[in-house]
Design a protein around this ligand. Structure first.
Ligand SMILES: Cc1cc2nc3c(=O)[nH]c(=O)nc-3n(C[C@H](O)[C@H](O)[C@H](O)COP(=O)(O)OP(=O)(O)OC[C@H]3O[C@@H](n4cnc5c(N)ncnc54)[C@H](O)[C@@H]3O)c2cc1C
Length: 399
């Protein structure tokens, strides 16, 4: 049985391992973090298309049971006026809408599936070097250990070392100038928001939240910030971010200030993008997920793209006569879609920057309702959500 070394136990890595096993490969996963609990993270939108991929692994219902079903997003002005409602899934099909889950819950669902399928994960294994030989590839880890397989798949995220091994001149991620700072909260008396996430164009910044049936609030804000050194950034305590956000959102309507006053488990992430990575594979090494097309979270599609990559790569490896042909087919099938979504998400991000002058904000508050008037019926984005990977069909792998 051919063997794949998979680097990264985020979303793309575990999903690729699960699909590869279905495709008749042995998969072994290596994750830099010391243990599962160290993953942390806030919450994310798993879109209809990502749920469809999880369905192919038999994991959709497990995840949906944990999440907040959110087929709609409401857009509100900083003056507490509903500007419009947009579908978060295929228009007119709310039952197929996307789901918001805690990131650690998605990781746990994938991890349980790995364990159930007997796929080995080594924690604390930070890839440091790759050596390719004529008929195998070796991954060397920071702790001095090594592993050898037929191919190596890098699901090692936006800072990917696999991407740099594939192409030492690969672009560095673009910093968007926005942070995602968020967490959880409980605000006494705050009503649940069934089927909805609320987005607010606040006076000085963008804010989003939802309230689960049991009253737990998931919230995030997108303050602007110059790019900070990674180590310095990690040292900033959650309370410091909260202090900043309380000032930034002080004039925003209920319940924004109240959520910030009750906030817990605050985390902050700089938002990076990789709109175009020229090379996705070289020799026996290929990359998936954020490693080759990191997207801002605005479209809520990054995790779903990673899941789609996993299914597509495994299907190509199952059906192509050689790994080289499989990698080529995978890239051909995935690149146009991934780059479209990254660009779309970037365009949404431009609207999130603070509104500028009072006139510009007033104009936006007049124009947006017109623009969003029939948005719940607008099928323009349906192709994003209806994308499926025909796992049971043979992949076209010839160039
Ligand atoms: C604040 C924020 C909010 C987001 N919200 C959403 C959302 O709502 N919906 C959505 O779909 N997407 C969202 N995203 C994007 C989404 O998180 C990513 O697209 C998704 O996690 C990509 O999965 P991945 O497996 O490719 O990478 P990751 O999830 O980043 O996983 C990479 C893994 O590789 C490991 N790793 C890195 N280097 C090495 C190494 N050298 N050796 C071994 N292991 C290594 C890392 O520790 C990590 O576990 C958001 C992102 C951010 C930052």
């Amino acid at each position: 049985m051919p063997k794949a070394l998979i680097i990264g136990g985020g979303i793309a890595g575990p999903a690729t391992a699960l699909f590869l096993q279905k495709a008749g490969w042995e998969a072994e996963l290596f994750e830099a973090r010391p243990q599962p609990e160290s993953h942390g993270g806030l919450f994310l939108n798993v879109a209809t298309n990502g749920l469809a991929v999880l369905d192919q692994l038999g994991l959709r219902d497990r995840l949906v049971a944990l999440g907040h079903h959110a087929p709609y997003m409401e857009m509100w002005s900083g003056r507490d006026r509903l500007l419009g409602t947009v579908p978060n899934g295929p228009a007119g099909e709310p039952e197929r809408g996307s789901v918001v889950v805690r990131r650690d819950e998605l990781h746990a669902v994938l991890r349980e599936a790995l364990a159930e399928n007997g796929i080995s994960t080594t924690w604390g294994a930070r890839l440091e070097r790759i050596d390719e030989h004529a008929d195998e590839v070796t991954a060397h880890f920071a702790d001095g250990t090594a592993a050898t397989g037929d191919i190596l798949i890098g699901g090692d995220g936006v800072g990917s070392m696999t991407r740099r091994w594939i192409d030492p001149a690969a672009p560095e991620p673009d910093y968007t100038g926005l942070l995602s700072v968020g967490g959880f909260a409980r605000v006494p008396g705050l009503e649940p928001t069934p089927a909805v996430q609320r987005m607010i164009f606040g006076a000085r910044g963008f804010f989003g939240y939802l309230v689960r049936e049991d009253g737990e609030v998931y919230w995030f804000a997108n303050p602007t910030s110059p790019e900070l050194d990674k180590t310095a950034f990690r040292r900033i305590p959650g309370d410091e971010w909260l202090d900043e956000l309380r000032v930034l959102h002080a004039d925003d309507p209920y319940p924004v200030p109240q959520i910030l006053d009750a906030a817990t488990e605050v985390g902050a992430y700089p938002i990076y993008e990789l709109p175009h990575v020229p090379h996705w594979h070289r020799g026996r090494v290929v990359a998936v997920g954020d490693a080759v097309h990191a997207t801002s979270p605005n479209a809520g599609q990054g995790a779903s793209l990673a899941l789609e990559d996993a299914a597509t790569l495994a299907r190509s490896l199952r059906d192509a006569p050689t790994h080289t042909q499989a990698f080529g087919a995978y890239e051909r099938l995935r690149r146009p879609r991934a780059e479209e979504v990254v660009a779309y998400s970037r365009a949404i991000g431009r609207q999130k920057a603070p509104g500028g002058s009072r006139l510009a904000v007033a104009l936006r508050d007049v124009m947006l309702p017109l623009f969003l008037r029939n948005a719940t019926k607008n099928t323009r984005n349906n192709h994003l959500y209806n994308h499926t990977i025909a796992w049971d069909d043979t992949a076209a792998t010839s160039a």
